[in-house]
Design a protein around this ligand. Structure first.
Ligand code: 5GP
Ligand code: ZN
Length: 159
């Protein structure tokens, strides 16, 4: 008997064609990916482009951007998410080494409420240093068992 999370495939294999570089002619990141707008490019492959953020939160702040236009992460086929994720370790290592950072955040905003300004999926790499003044409010709560059970059923039911 499969568990609830196994009942549907989680990979993109059965969702959409793997390589479908759809674009939006009004999107700034589509234009950068197509080379129509310049950027300080750190990496490019068939799927992904990575470049320095124009308004950095810290020295070395850069973005990993799929070459296909998907507004938010949930809309992106797994192959595209995987292509972005594949770039993150190597680029993180290079950015951190080159800028002598003490750590870094990978940040990915979805929706205006979450701080997304550009409606094309992207992953921030934000180098961190002692005293940089960056960070989140993180008012941690407590997970009650009854709430956990309710969430398990609700979320796995949607997978
Ligand atoms: P978001 O708030 O959507 O997660 O982040 C969007 C990021 O894209 C911001 O950090 C912003 O500085 C960056 N950005 C917006 N427009 C451009 C651009 O034309 N070139 C570059 N390199 N970065 C951009
Ligand atoms: Zn786009």
């Amino acid at each position: 008997m499969p568990s609830p999370v196994e009942k549907r495939p989680l990979t993109g294999a059965s969702m959409t064609p793997a390589y479908d570089p759809r674009t939006d002619p009004n999107c700034i990141f589509c234009k950068i990916a197509a080379g129509q707008i310049p950027c300080y490019k750190l990496h490019e492959d068939e799927w992904v482009v990575a470049f320095l953020d124009i308004a950095p939160l810290s020295v070395g702040h850069c973005l990993v951007v799929p070459k296909a236009h998907y507004e938010t992460l949930d809309r992106m086929p797994a192959e595209w998410a995987g292509a972005c994720a594949a770039v993150l370790p190597r680029l993180s290592r290079a950015v951190v080494a080159a800028t002598a950072a003490a750590g870094w955040n990978v940040l990915q905003n979805n929706g205006r409420i979450a701080g997304q300004a550009v409606g094309h999926v992207h992953f921030h790499i934000i180098p961190r240093r002692e005293g940089d003044g960056l960070g989140y409010r993180w008012p941690a709560g407590k997970l009650e068992a009854s709430e956990a059970q309710r969430l398990l059923a609700a979320i796995t039911g949607k997978l």
